[in-house]
Ligand binder design. Structure first.
Ligand code: ZN
Length: 308
């Protein structure tokens, strides 16, 4: 059996979330002009190289839209496992909220350092798209109508040993999705060989985020509104000597946040500040580019560490 990493359906959601008639809005809510932070954790590896590789490919989406996958050791909305044999899958957007907290929301089947960069790019970016509520291109009209179910069931049974129901689920029309017509070379579209299509012509399938994928993500999660950063080096951030606030120096002193009590904070290489305040719940980020505070998590105190 050839080794080809295809993305398969995730396990069913718990029954209470899939009652007939319940429709989920799977796009993450995010206030206008704000970043969407998706706290992300790895359930079965603490290998910094592996984690960094996955995060960098997930955050390929961040180059195009206002969504960010940020590693946390606390409560995470994106929980990544590497269970062998379970296939690659990811719950669509906010469906992840209904997954028990100990369970993964994304599986990267047997992900390891052995994966080629091309495979990592294709699979991890594809599953990251699902985490942002993007659906399969090959399941949307008109592409889905080019697929012959009988031929496809026979092909996937012969090639991969898939049962008919698994194949049919992977090519079932998704008529609830909105967006521009699907592109054959979208990162969200499978390669479908000519043996499976009505006209014998293959559907190319995608290997990376293409401009229409990026545009759709940006439509769903607009990049945060930015004001031009000050020219020259990023400002110097300091915690005030009495430990009750954060300020910056950029040719003159400015106050980022001031409290009457000690605060916990960390600063990134480019000057972003993550902080936990005694006078506000949750964890906050001062974005040096937009010069605004963003809520990273409304309740939890997350790790205040930036990657080097
Ligand atoms: Zn998929």
């Amino acid at each position: 059996m050839p080794t080809v990493g295809l993305c398969v359906e995730p396990p069913p959601l718990p029954p209470e979330t899939t009652r007939a008639g319940l429709r989920l809005d799977k796009k993450w809510p995010v206030a206008a002009g704000q970043l969407l932070w998706l706290p992300t954790k790895f359930l079965d590896t603490q290998d910094a190289t592996l984690k960094g590789r996955v995060l960098s490919h997930l955050n390929a989406w961040a180059a195009h839209c206002g969504a960010r996958f940020a590693e946390t050791s606390g409560e995470a909305l994106v929980r990544i496992a590497r269970t062998p044999g379970a296939g690659h899958w990811c719950y669509l957007g906010t469906d992840a909220r209904f997954v028990p907290a100990a369970n993964p929301t994304m599986n990267l089947d047997s992900f390891s350092a052995d994966w080629s960069e091309a495979e990592c790019r294709r699979v991890v970016r594809h599953e990251g798209g699902h985490a942002l509520a993007l659906v399969h291109g090959h399941q949307r009209p008109p592409l889905v109508y080019r697929i012959d179910p009988q031929k496809t069931v026979a092909y996937f049974a012969a090639q991969f040993g898939w049962p008919a129901d698994k194949t049919l689920a992977a090519i079932a029309p998704d008529l609830a999705a909105v967006g521009p017509p699907p592109a054959e070379n979208s990162v969200m579209t499978y390669h479908i060989p000519g043996e499976c299509t009505v006209d014998g012509q293959p559907i190319a399938g995608g290997t990376d985020i293409i401009p229409s994928d990026a545009a759709l993500a940006a439509l769903a999660y607009p990049p945060p509104t930015t004001s031009a950063p000050p020219p020259g080096a990023p400002p110097l951030y300091v915690v005030f000597p009495e430990g009750n606030g954060i300020g910056y120096y950029n040719g003159g002193w400015g106050v980022v946040h001031r409290t009457g009590q000690p605060i916990r904070w960390a600063v990134s290489a480019r000057g972003d500040v993550a902080a936990v305040f005694p006078d506000a719940p949750g964890t906050w980020l001062w974005d040096v580019t937009t010069r605004q505070w963003y809520m990273i998590h409304p309740l939890q105190v997350l790790d205040l560490k930036f990657a080097a």
